[in-house]
Design a protein around this ligand. Structure first.
Ligand SMILES: [Zn+2]
Length: 342
């Protein structure tokens, strides 16, 4: 197959052939043009938990398959799951029904925190070793640093030890936080990615940029929860400040990643638009769901030798974000995704 058009981030004219799972500019005999238009490197949803009907519910193969297909139809070629309801089946991340995937296995949380039925709850003494063991298996571990208002936050020395052991195991550590103190501890511990980061002191953003801690703000789901109303004061305060925090993070040079977090799946366009509404430049918001996230995860873009993922739109998404919901073609691993009924 072959794609032609203008490729982002630069907007240059491109003409690429999929040779198996690699892009090449060398013509591949018999390759048909499957789409022409504005082309983004295959999208990335960096924070999604597919496969469970509700918080606390077990991993279900049928739900997982449906969720992953929703991601594919939205142009998502890569997901990172910072926490899953269980160990995924072998086809996860590999079959035609699935984007590429990395995951952190079950969440790691403190006793009496997080959703009942999900995750593991080692004692603080064991937490760094449990995180390292998970990261050695799947490349990532996910620790829940804080939960409800007033709950104890994971102590800084425990999180620091977890970072050290996870890195020694060759992995990366993602940390959930939605309170100021949890965010501060995560940044001071030097974690690899801060998830949500709601309530984070903006003064810490420059430190995140310098040490390479990414932020996945999950802005659209937090803004949606706020709009639904009935939230506690601490949530209202953090969620109300979250759009400005997200824009300030980009401004400060933090690696910001797009993540949709909750059901329904396939809403990466909503997250990009929420970032733009928050004041993130459109170029950076698209990058957060595409080239920036791909680089963060070690994947290339629309260049020779890179993995053959792309999404093609009929108009320039930098000028019309509504096209994100109507891709002309989605290509993952060099194969055209059947978009079907939308
Ligand atoms: Zn999450």
């Amino acid at each position: 197959m072959r794609i032609r058009g203008f490729g982002l981030p630069d907007g240059e004219s491109i003409d690429l052939y999929a040779d198996g799972d690699r892009w090449t500019s060398d013509p591949v005999p018999g390759a048909d043009v499957v789409a022409e238009g504005w082309i983004l490197p295959g999208l990335v949803d960096a924070h999604t938990h597919p496969g469970a009907a509700a918080p606390g519910a077990p991993l279900d193969d049928e739900i997982l398959r449906d969720d992953l297909r929703a991601h594919l139809r939205s142009g998502v070629a890569v997901i990172r799951s910072p926490g899953l309801a269980g160990d995924p089946p072998d086809w996860f991340g590999h079959s035609d029904d699935s984007p590429r995937a990395s995951h952190a296995g079950p969440w790691i949380a403190q006793h009496d925190q997080f959703f009942d039925g999900w995750g593991r709850r080692p004692g603080l003494d064991d937490l760094p070793a449990v995180a390292a063991e998970q990261a050695s298996r799947t490349g990532w571990a996910k620790v829940v640093a804080d939960w409800k208002f007033g709950d104890p936050v994971i102590p800084l020395e425990v999180l620091r030890e977890a970072v050290t052991r996870v890195h020694a195991a060759g992995g990366r550590l993602a940390v959930h936080s939605q309170h100021p103190e949890g965010g501060r501890v995560a940044v001071e511990a030097g974690v690899d990615s801060l998830e949500h980061g709601m309530g984070l002191d903006p003064e810490l953003l420059s430190r995140m940029a310098v040490q390479g801690t990414a932020l996945t703000p999950t802005l659209s789901v937090i803004s949606r929860s706020l709009a639904e109303g009935g939230r506690a004061d601490w949530y209202v305060a953090g969620a109300s400040a979250h759009p400005a925090l997200t824009a300030a993070a980009v401004e400060a040079g933090v690696t910001v990643l797009a993540g949709t977090d909750s059901r329904p799946h396939g809403r990466i366009g909503d997250e990009i638009r929420a970032m733009v509404t928050a004041g993130v430049p459109v170029h950076d918001a698209l990058g957060a769901a595409s080239w920036t996230a791909r680089t963060y995860l070690g994947l290339g873009g629309l260049n020779d030798g890179a993995p053959a993922d792309a999404v093609v739109y009929g108009a320039d998404p930098r000028h019309d974000l509504s096209v994100l919901d109507e891709p002309l073609a989605v290509i993952v691993r060099g194969r055209l995704i059947h978009l079907g009924q939308r």
